[in-house]
Design a protein around this ligand. Sequence first.
Ligand SMILES: [Zn+2]
Length: 283
Amino acid sequence: MPLVKATVIILRSRKWGDADRIVTCYADNLGKIRGIARGARRPKSRFGAGLEPFTVCRLDLFEKTGDSLFRISHVDVVTSFQLLREDLGLMAAAARMVNVVGAVTPDGDPDPLIFDTLEQGLASLPQSGDPVCTALLFQIKLLGLTGFRPQTDRCAVCGKTRMTGAPHFSPIAGGIVCLMCAAQQRTRCVVLSQGTLAFLHRAVRMDSRLITRLRAVGQVRNEVEEVIDKYVTVVAGRRLPPADFLAAEGSGKYGSPTVDAVGVKNERRQVKGMLSGEWRMEN
Ligand SMILES: [Zn+2]
C-alpha cells in the first residue's frame, strides 16, 4: 500500500460503523477523493477536529489497489476556518460552496485551480458582508472551471449572436437561448432582465479573487439566484440545499432550521431600500 500525501479541503464528513468516519475531500493533487479515518470518533482520536467540513489539512493517505476509498493515517490542520462554524449565515454559504464542489466535480480528476478557488472562496466569506452573494459568485466561477460556464453572449443552442426580446436562460442548454430555441426547450426557460444578463456576463469573466466585490440586489439578485440554482441542479443531477437554507422560514425541504440566522436577516435589512435591479462593483 503506497503512501500518498495530499493537501485537501474537507467537503463532507459522515459517521461510519461504530467509531470511524468517512470524509469526501478535494485534494490539490488528487481531485475529489474519499477516505476512511479508523477510530476518528473515539474520544482521544489522533485526528481531533481535523476532519470537519471546510477544514484545509494535510493528509497521509494509503491507497489500496482496487479500492477507491483511501485510508487516512495522519491529519495536520492547515486552516480550520473556525469562523465559518460560528455564524449560521456563513456556515450555510460555506456548506453550499463545498456541496457544489462535491456535486459537480468528477472523482480523481485534480484541478489545482478548483482547489485554490474553493480555498479563496471560503477564506473570503467572513469579510464579504454578503455570504449568500459570495457563494453565488463562487458557483458561477466553479461552473466555468468545470466546463459548464454559463453561455451569456450567444444562443447556447444555435450560436446566434443577434437576439431579440428579453433574454431567456435555459438551465438545460446552460445559457441564454434565442426565442426560437427557447420555444423548443423541454423545460421552461427563466426570463431575465438585461441587468441580470450584464451581471452574469461580468461574473463569468471575473477573477475569482474579486468575487466579494461584485454585488447584486433586488430583481437582478433574485434572477441570478434562480438561474444558478436551476443550472447547478441540472449539472449536479439533483437539488442542493441553497446558500441561505438555514434562514429559510418554514422550509422543511432540507431539514428544519433550528436556530434563527441573525446574520442573514441583518444582511437582508441592509439591501432593503436599495434600487431594485441594481448591481455594482465595489472599489
Ligand atoms: Zn438559438
